[in-house]
Design a protein around this ligand. Structure first.
Ligand SMILES: NC(=O)c1ccc[n+]([C@@H]2O[C@H](COP(=O)([O-])OP(=O)(O)OC[C@H]3O[C@@H](n4cnc5c(N)ncnc54)[C@H](OP(=O)(O)O)[C@@H]3O)[C@@H](O)[C@H]2O)c1
Length: 383
């Protein structure tokens, strides 16, 4: 049987685009996936064609087209799906650009700046009969009785030198702040365990507190979510994120996520965006350690991926993928089967999480410039 080939275009060639593109180059057979393949056919940088060309060379892709603008990329008839890796401030405009051009889309988290934009993207994808998905790694929970509450944290101390005004982590112009950058993962763990698992999920009540920096974006945010349930009573989710404290102080293996039920607890060790270790603790005292090693070309391959993407700089071991190929595989299977949505990361969940983040921002007075909050399209956002 011939393999289903998915032809990717990469929109923006920054840090995470590099990690994603390198993961796409890993043979799916290394993870037991034998019926699909991924090919990068084009990449586009916003500023110059040379930047896109340098990116393709760096990630080890030959025979792909390099564009100096996103508009050229979306017109490429050889591209089936576009991976959007611009700052979240720009996701709405760039996803609209792709959908309007008839391209399927995998859009980096946070999906958009606000829920109103997410809703319009979902409507646009439906109207155009195109696939749309927010890029987030996922995992399913095991049997610990009725889940009562989930704690989830994704925090790391960002060196002060990096927190310049124009950095996407803090700049309001780039939808900066820890909520949309890492809080989204904490929220996703809470939603995957307390919302998506329900037969008739209902949105939670939201209580939150955020500490803001001089730029007016959040640097330290805690959210308490109450999920109404038909059976088992209300469940609580506690989602936190900070850029001045760490989930995992150096050298420790701290649980980043604790899913607590009537009969035990599941712990996911840091980092929750790329989980490789967990623990199941049953109320009878039995403890099971779990490992989910990330596949890849393996030791001795001389290939490295993960933030840094190079020998000595990568967070991951030699030959280990970053794990972004799982969501790419889901895109390929969806398109092969004619599905317009992921089964794992649904658009309904992406939308309700955006609504929660809107509410947290409302409660804490976190406001972004109109040009990135607007649902108008097209808007030329100043760089
Ligand atoms: N899934 C994950 O694990 C993960 C991890 C980190 C980040 N992310 C998400 O991925 C997105 C990108 O993050 P990143 O860390 O890759 O950022 P980055 O390294 O700063 O790259 C962003 C890219 O977007 C392009 N861009 C277009 N307009 C821009 C503007 N006005 N200002 C700045 N850049 C602009 C840039 O230019 P070119 O087009 O010329 O490249 C740049 O390369 C964010 O939404 C972030 O939340 C996801």
């Amino acid at each position: 049987m011939s393999k289903f080939q998915l032809r990717w275009g990469i929109l923006a060639v920054g840090g995470i685009a590099e990690t994603f593109a390198k993961d796409l180059t890993v043979s799916p057979e290394t993870r037991g996936v034998n019926d699909i393949e991924h090919v990068i056919v084009a990449a586009a940088a916003s500023s110059s064609q040379q930047r896109a060309q340098a990116f393709l060379e760096k990630v080890g892709v030959k025979n792909a087209k390099a564009y100096g603008s996103y508009k050229e990329l979306v017109q490429d008839p050889d591209v089936d799906i576009i991976y959007i890796a611009t700052p979240h401030s720009h996701h709405y405009q760039h996803a609209m650009l792709c959908l309007e051009a008839g391209k399927n889309v995998l859009c980096e988290k946070a999906f958009t700046t606000n829920a109103a934009q997410a809703k319009i993207l979902i409507q646009k994808a439906k109207a155009k009969n195109l696939f749309l998905m927010e890029a987030l790694n996922q995992i399913r929970s095991g049997a610990i009785g009725t889940v009562q509450r989930t704690f989830a944290d994704l925090s790391s101390v960002i060196p002060a030198g990096l927190l310049k005004d124009d950095n996407r982590l803090i700049s309001p112009k780039l939808a900066g702040g820890v909520l949309l950058d890492t809080g989204i993962y904490s929220l996703t763990w809470v939603f995957q365990t307390l919302y998506t698992t329900q037969d008739k999920p209902r949105p939670p009540q939201v209580l939150s507190s955020a500490r803001k920096n001089a730029a007016g974006t959040d640097e330290h945010t805690s959210i308490l979510l109450t999920f109404p349930r038909e059976k088992g009573g209300d469940a609580h989710g506690i989602a936190t994120a900070s850029m001045h404290a760490s989930t995992n102080p150096e050298g420790t293996s701290t649980p980043a996520v604790r899913i607590q039920g009537t009969e035990g607890e599941i712990q996911i060790l840091h980092p929750c965006f790329r989980p490789t270790k967990g623990r199941l603790i049953r109320s009878n005292g039995m403890v099971e350690e779990k490992d989910w090693p990330q596949p890849g070309p393996g030791k001795g391959s001389g290939w490295w991926n993960g933030f840094g993407n190079e020998v000595g700089k990568s967070d991951n071991a030699e030959g280990e993928g970053h794990g972004m190929f799982w969501e790419a595989d889901e895109c390929a299977y969806a398109l092969r089967e004619g599905r317009k949505e992921s089964r794992v990361q649904t658009l309904a969940e992406s939308l309700v999480v955006m609504e929660v983040m809107d509410e947290v921002r409302r409660q804490n007075g976190i406001v972004f410039p109109h040009e990135i909050e607007t649902t108008d399209y097209p808007v030329d956002i100043a760089r």
